[in-house]
Design a protein around this ligand. Sequence first.
Ligand code: CDP
Length: 310
Amino acid sequence: VLCWFYIFPVYRLPRDKEIVEEVLRQGEIWQKNQTGIDLYRKLLTDCCDPQRMFAVTKENSPMGKVLWYDGEFYHSHTVNNETYPLFVQDNPLQLPLKKCAVVGNGGILRHSKCGRHIDQADFVMRCNLPPLSKEYVEDVGTRTHLVTANPSIIEKRFQNLLWSRKAFVDSMKVYGSSYIYMPAFSMKPGTDPSLRAYYALADTSSNLTMLFANPEFLRTVGKFWKARSVHAKRLSTGLFLVSLALGLCEEVTAYGFWPFSVGLDEQPVSHHYYDNILPYKWFHAMPEEFVQLWHLHKSGTLRMRVGHCP
Ligand code: CDP
């Protein structure tokens, strides 16, 4: 029995209340640590090469290249005449990015007044086409440089773009001229809606540029965090973006990451800043992810904003 204990020490995730206490203990104290920033950039570059690999490009995915889906076994897409022309030539971002804000969708953002802060960043990343309507602007800001879109949103919210292309293109206008980052080659059913989204934007000369997430990058980032105690079927979108930001940006601040049901004032917090629809259990491991992000915050590698912004 002792032997088992040494091989598999019991790892217990802290309870919500313990997390709240820990965050309150730390308070507003935060100090940037350049060594930590450089170390994580190097670790992520070595494992996952975000600069070259985060998107599918003509450079990393030439004709005939086999893209293995990262979200399921034994599915692949061979780059062909139909898909190759849709890829950007190379990483289109002006690197290094300076101050980056990664905005998760946590309910902790509601009444945070972080909008101004977020908008001051040089590069703002958001998850899953979040609402940016007037009522939220004070809390989440208005600017976006990269926004992820899950193919399932295209299916559900825009009826797979079979007859609602205008509604889709119109609702994309709030993201200005940002990049829209879609995991087109992660799950088989996601490819078709992602290509439709590409054509809907291209056909209407939209200001948005489509980038398809590179499944190889998503897989290597998943492994990176698995080796650091994040055990989930799939990483959350937010952690993919934080990883990307740590690889590409000089400074990273994360907002809206709080997968707990109580806030720092011990009042209930909704799951999202715009609704309280909970995720499918066991798919992501957001509390485990939060613990890792909090370590990075404490070490000065990135800054987490979990309370109100000054
Ligand atoms: O699609 P997914 O469930 O990953 O994300 P979402 O609900 O649209 O939220 C975007 C991201 O914000 C998540 O991927 C998480 O990383 C983060 N999040 C959080 O930390 N706490 C919450 N209560 C909600 C979201």
